[in-house]
Ligand binder design. Structure first.
Ligand code: F6P
Length: 552
């Protein structure tokens, strides 16, 4: 097989390098002055979701060259291969079909001779039945009390999506059953959660694609022990308080969970793309099946757009290209995720996994080392909180950072002037990052404030903002299940397209292995005084220090 050249060896890439040199010093402020149609030309829509790229450092030629790069990388061919169910996750020999989880019930997709849509719909039905039984109290605990608390235990992709969505869609909650999420192996997490629960009315949900993840299994064992302690050590009926969610459906049985209390998903659903599957059970429990289906429908609308829109109007493609332009040609390797909605407080942690676990790779699909940066360092916090924390660096730090502003135009919690103040801040921050403030402008302001020439000279340099800091604005009518689904699918496809552009496999995560492997002998040493393994001096010293401490 002849391998394609690494993307940075192609004419399309080289043209972008030359173009970046030519436009590097162009300032966004001037680009806006020069073209009053800039917003109209560089903002794009999928339904009523708006993607504004006009504050990216993109010019007409930049966009053409970036689209050439997308064609060179065969983005559309790879997209179609993914959607057909080809095993594009080559290192794990798996299809990548999270999009099938949100296909409508009357769609058809047969992969490896299996009717995927029917399979997905059956599991959705099972999920609906289980949720109905929990909500109407027909599934009860062993003392016949209905469940009031549901504790979901999972980590990474088996936690971050549901956790984020439960926060994001809190306005749509239609049950008073409390849904808690526990992920960390630090006992603090489960201990503090159990403090809020009562054994007789608590249902535990163990969510793990593999059902072998150390953190989740440790939490599940602690939950089982807690239940047995509270309800009588002899209880044999404890499994009535447990549900499993896994792609490895034989294993929950070994833990003691009967098959009718296990929801299934499949190896073609990547962990970090799984909130649409049975992993989304806590979401559906919290907001109801109808809302959950609306979430799926929103994501599906974005899928249809991704499949059908030409590259130059395709939101995920354009967003991906803007990111690659920033990272590889302008040297902006970090991405601040700035949702102006408190309900999106878990979006940044979610995207950290979705983006960094997908594209934080150093070799391409064929194992060749990459000569360029890949996934951005993602961080973020809702506005306006972030403004009073790290925005100082965004505005004046010498290392520019790209930003995504996510702005629901209407609040789900309308209250006096709050939303107008929030929107004003979002728009102002993007404007400030773009235009900055020149030395001359700073001096005029200081003079106008009545400062002496000496004070003006002293303060002016501190008041200069370089500007020209690129940002994208994503505006949604409001944060309801449908638009939230669209938003997350937009990011998923952006990440996919970037993976294709960089030539990496976005669907494996070998980088998480080594630490897990090394933790095993260390755990042995921490718990067994006789155990000893070879380590570097720092690791050995820390193990000795920990061993020398009293246990509690
Ligand atoms: O951190 C590695 C990882 O494999 C993630 O990709 C995954 O989402 C997480 O662990 C949890 O895995 P599981 O769902 O199998 O417990």
């Amino acid at each position: 097989m002849t391998l394609p050249p690494p993307i940075d060896q192609t004419a399309a890439w080289r043209a972008l390098v030359a173009h970046a040199t030519a436009v590097r010093n162009h300032h966004l402020r001037d680009l806006f002055i020069a073209d009053s149609e800039r917003f109209a030309k560089l903002s794009f829509r999928c339904g009523d979701l708006l993607l504004d790229l006009s504050r990216q450092r993109i010019e007409a030629e930049t966009l053409e060259l970036l689209l050439d790069l997308a064609r060179e990388a065969q983005v559309e061919t790879w997209r179609d291969r993914m959607l057909r169910g080809e095993h594009i996750n080559i290192t794990e020999d798996r299809a990548v079909l999270h999009t099938a989880l949100r296909l409508p019930a009357d769609a058809t997709l047969t992969v490896d001779d299996i009717d995927i849509v029917a399979q997905v719909q059956r599991e959705l039905e099972r999920m609906a039945e289980i949720i109905a039984a929990i909500r109407d109290g027909s599934w009860r605990g062993i003392t016949e009390k209905p469940f009031r608390h549901v504790v979901c235990m999972g980590i990474g992709g088996s936690d971050l999506g549901p956790r984020m969505a439960l926060e994001a869609l809190n306005a749509d909650r239609d049950t008073d059953i409390a849904v808690h999420c526990v992920s960390n192996v630090d006992g603090t997490d489960i201990a503090r959660t159990l403090e809020k629960c009562e054994a007789e009315t608590t249902l535990f949900v163990v969510a793990s694609k593999t059902f072998t993840t150390q953190e989740t299994m440790a939490n599940a064992e602690t939950a089982r022990a807690w239940l047995q302690e509270k309800l009588g050590p002899g209880i044999i009926d404890w499994p009535r308080h447990f549900m499993g969610i896994s792609a490895n459906t034989a294993v929950p049985g070994k833990f003691g969970i009967p098959p009718h209390q296990v929801l299934q998903f499949w190896d073609w659903v990547g962990g970090r793309y799984s909130l649409w599957s049975a992993i989304g059970f806590p979401i559906a429990l919290g907001i109801g099946m109808e809302n959950f289906r609306s979430l799926l429908a929103g994501a599906h609308a974005m899928d249809r757009h991704f499949v059908g829109a030409p590259l130059h109007e395709n939101l995920p493609v354009l967003m991906a290209l803007a990111g690659v332009w920033n990272i590889n040609f302008l040297g902006l390797t970090s991405l601040a995720v700035l949702p102006y909605d408190q309900s999106l407080c878990k979006l940044a942690p979610y995207l950290q996994q979705a983006d960094m676990e997908s594209n934080g790779k150093s070799v391409d699909r064929w194992g060749r080392p990459l000569g360029y940066a890949t996934g951005p360092i993602v961080f973020g916090e809702p506005g306006t909180n972030g403004q009073h924390a790290f925005y100082q660096l965004l505005h004046q730090g010498p290392q520019p950072v790209a930003a995504d502003f996510i702005v629901p135009l209407k609040s789900r919690y309308p209250l006096g002037r709050h939303h107008d103040i929030l929107l004003a801040n979002a728009f102002a921050q993007a404007e400030a990052l773009m235009r900055g403030r020149t030395r001359a402008e700073a001096e005029v302001e200081l003079h106008a404030a009545g400062l002496s020439p000496e004070q003006v000279a002293m303060l002016a340099p501190h008041k200069v903002f370089p500007g020209n800091r690129p940002s994208t604005t994503i505006a949604l009518p409001k944060l309801d299940p449908y638009h939230f689904g669209m938003l997350i699918a937009l990011y998923e496809h952006k990440i996919f397209v970037q993976g294709i552009l960089w030539g990496v496999n976005s669907f494996d995560q070998w980088g998480v292995e080594l630490g897990k492997q090394l933790a095993k002998p260390i755990l042995e040493e921490l718990t067994d005084a006789a155990a000893q393994h070879l380590h570097d001096a720092a690791t050995s010293a820390l193990i000795s220090l920990a061993r020398s401490q009293p246990r509690s």
